[in-house]
Design a protein around this ligand. Structure first.
Ligand code: NAD
Length: 499
C-alpha cells in the first residue's frame, strides 16, 4: 500500500498546498512506511500564526465563559466517543500496546475535564473598601497565540496537557506535534471544530526544526509550551525567552526507584516491571534505575527475572505486554547500550536481543533488558536511554540511595518502596525531584495538580496543567477603582496611601 499523505490542519481544514519537504511515518510494529508527512516552511508557520491571531483578536478572546464551557464539554464528549479510534492511530504510528494508548487518551481527557471548570478557575479576587471608597479586584486575561511543541512518546496525552487549558483561557493555539507520530493530534484537533470552536483558534502545523524555530521567533507567539529531550528543551527555553516569550520547557529524565529492605518485594518487582518496560520504556516517567538497598538485591532481581520471563513483546494490536520502539534508528541506539553496559562492567542479566517477537515484518523491536551491578559513570546509568533497559544499582543504605538520586542532573520522577512511613516521609522531604511516588512507581499527577520535574527536566518555572497551566496561559491584571465622591476631589502629588 502506498503511504498516506498527512498534512497540516489549519483553521479546521486540511492544507492543500504542495509540500517542499516531507518526512516518512512508519508503523513500528511492521517496519513499513505508512505515511508521508508534509513539513511546514517558515512562511507557512507565519501564515498560520497570523490567522490564529486574527481568530483570537476578533473573536475568541471576547468569548463568554458560558460559550467556552459549552465547547469544552462537547469536546470532552467527542473525545470520549472517539477514544478507541485515537488509540488505534497511536498504536499504528507509535507502536505502544492499544490498551496503553487508550490509557494515555484517558489521562489527556482528564485535563479536558479539568478545563471544563474554567469559569471557576478564572475567578479573580475582590477586596472592598481597601481605602476610603476604594475597591481592588484582580482578573486574568488570555495571552494571544500560544505555541505547543510536543514529543513522540505521548502523541495524544502531551498535547492534551496543554490545548484544553490554553483554549479555555481564551487563547488561540498552534501546535507542532512530533513528526514521528503526527496522526493522533490531527484526529483530536478535528474534534475541536466539531465541538463548535471558531475557525482559526486551533491549528496544527507539522514540521521539524525549521517550523519550531519559526514559532520561537515569531512576534505574535506569546507563549511556548515544549515537551521533549533536555538539549532541545534548553534550546527552546533560551531561544523563546530571548524573543520575549514566556516558556515552559519540559525535558528528559532518569527516574530512580529506591527499594528499602523492608519493602514488599513482590509489589516492588511488579512496579519495576510495569514502570521499566511499559510503553517500551519510552515514557518520561519510566523507571530506568532501580536502587536496591542491601541485602535485598538478589531476592528482588530473582523476582524481576521471573516476571520478565513471562512478558510478551509484539505488535501492539495483538495485545502483548510490550510493543516496539518508535523508529529503527532509536531501536538501534537503545540496543547499542547493551554492549556499552557490558563493556563498562555491568552484568547483563536478561538480554533483550534474544527471544520471541509476535509480529510480522521487520518491526523495531527490542525485548525487555535487565542489568545488575550498574554504577554512575557507566553510559547505561548516566544517559537517558529511553528504551526497555532497567539497571539495578546496589547500595548499602537509604542515604547512599538518596545521594545518587539527588546527584543526578535530572529530577523528573522518582519512587520509594517501603513499609516504613517515617522513611517515606523523610524521602518526600529530602529528595530533589518534582514528582514523587510512595509505593507508586509512575507518579504522574492527576489533572487538578500539575506535572513538572526539577533541574534538567524542566526549564522555566511553570509546570504543566492544573492551576499552573491556567496561570501560564493567562496574565494577571489588578484594578484599583474609586467612583468619584466630591469629598475626595483635590490635588495630591504624594504616593497614594490607604486610609
Ligand atoms: P525531541 O526533543 O527529539 O523532540 C521533541 C519536539 O522537538 C518534537 O516536536 C521535535 O520535532 C522537536 N525538535 C527535535 N529536534 C529539534 C531541534 N533541533 N530544534 C527544534 N525542535 C526540535 O524528543 P522526542 O524524542 O520526541 O521525545 C522523547 C523525549 O521527550 C525524552 O527525552 C523524554 O524524556 C522527553 N519527555 C519529557 C516529558 C516531560 O514531561 N518531562 C514528557 C514526555 C517526553
Amino acid at each position: 500500500m502506498s503511504p498516506t499523505r498527512i498534512t497540516h490542519l489549519i483553521a479546521g481544514a486540511e492544507w492543500d498546498g504542495p509540500a517542499e519537504r516531507t518526512s516518512p511515518v512508519y508503523n513500528p510494529a511492521t517496519g513499513e512506511q505508512t505515511g508521508v508527512l508534509d513539513l511546514a516552511t517558515p512562511q507557512l508557520v507565519d501564515e498560520v500564526v497570523r490567522g490564529a491571531k486574527v481568530a483570537w483578536e476578533n473573536e475568541w478572546q471576547h468569548s463568554t465563559l458560558t460559550k467556552r464551557t459549552q465547547i469544552l464539554f462537547k469536546f470532552r464528549e467527542l473525545l470520549n466517543e472517539r477514544k478507541d479510534e485515537i488509540a488505534e492511530l497511536i498504536t499504528a504510528e507509535h507502536g505502544k500496546v492499544t490498551s496503553d494508548a487508550l490509557g494515555e487518551v484517558m489521562r489527556g481527557l482528564e485535563v479536558a475535564e479539568f478545563a471544563c471548570g474554567i469559569s471557576h478557575l478564572l475567578k479573580g479576587g475582590y477586596s472592598e473598601n481597601v481605602s476610603t471608597g476604594v475597591d481592588v479586584f484582580s482578573i486574568r486575561q488570555s495571552l494571544g497565540v500560544v505555541a505547543i511543541i510536543s514529543p513522540f512518546n505521548f502523541p495524544a496525552m502531551v498535547p492534551l496537557w496543554f490545548v484544553p487549558i490554553a483554549i479555555a483561557c481564551g487563547n488561540a493555539v498552534v501546535i507542532k506535534p512530533s513528526e514521528k507520530d503526527p496522526s493522533a493530534v490531527n484526529a483530536v484537533a478535528k474534534l475541536w471544530q466539531e465541538a463548535g470552536l471558531p475557525e482559526g483558534v486551533m491549528n496544527v502545523v507539522h514540521g521539524d526544526k525549521e517550523a519550531v524555530d519559526a514559532l520561537l521567533e515569531h512576534d505574535d507567539v506569546k507563549a511556548v509550551s515544549f515537551v521533549g529531550s533536555t538539549p532541545i528543551a534548553k534550546y527552546v527555553y533560551e531561544t523563546a525567552t530571548a524573543n520575549g516569550k514566556r516558556v515552559q520547557a519540559l525535558g528528559g529524565a532518569k527516574n530512580h526507584m529506591l527499594v528499602l529492605p523492608d519493602a514488599d518485594l513482590d509489589l516492588a518487582a511488579d512496579a519495576a516491571i510495569n514502570a521499566g518496560f511499559g510503553s517500551a520504556g519510552e515514557r518520561c516517567m519510566a523507571i530506568s534505575a532501580l536502587i536496591a538497598v542491601e541485602p535485598i538485591a538478589d531476592e528482588l532481581i530473582d523476582k524481576i527475572k521471573e516476571r520478565m520471563a513471562k512478558l510478551r513483546t509484539g505488535d501492539g494490536t495483538r495485545n502483548p505486554d510490550m510493543g516496539p520502539l518508535v523508529t529503527k534508528v532509536h531501536r538501534d541506539r537503545v540496543a547499542s547500550y547493551l554492549d556499552l553496559g557490558v563493556e563498562a562492567g555491568a552484568e547483563l542479566i536478561v538480554d533483550g536481543r534474544e527471544g520471541d517477537i509476535d509480529a510480522d515484518g521487520e518491526g523495531f523491536f527490542l525485548r525487555p533488558t535487565l542489568f545488575d551491578k550498574v554504577a554512575p559513570g557507566m553510559p547505561i546509568y548516566d544517559d537517558e536511554i529511553f528504551g526497555p533497559v532497567l539497571s539495578v544499582v546496589r547500595v548499602g543504605s537509604y542515604d547512599e540511595g538518596l545521594k545518587l538520586i539527588n546527584d543526578n542532573p535530572y529530577g523528573n520522577g522518582t519512587a520509594i518502596f517501603t513499609n516504613d512511613g517515617g522513611a517515606a516521609r523523610r524521602f518526600q522531604n529530602e529528595v530533589e525531584v518534582g514528582m514523587v511516588g510512595i509505593n507508586v512507581p509512575i507518579p504522574v499527577p492527576v489533572s487538578f495538580f500539575s506535572f513538572g520535574g526539577w533541574k534538567a527536566s524542566l526549564f522555566g518555572d511553570s509546570h504543566a496543567y492544573g492551576m499552573e497551566g491556567v496561570h501560564f496561559y493567562t496574565r494577571g491584571k489588578v484594578i484599583t477603582s474609586r467612583w468619584l465622591d466630591p469629598s475626595h476631589a483635590g490635588i495630591n502629588l504624594g504616593f497614594p496611601q490607604n486610609s
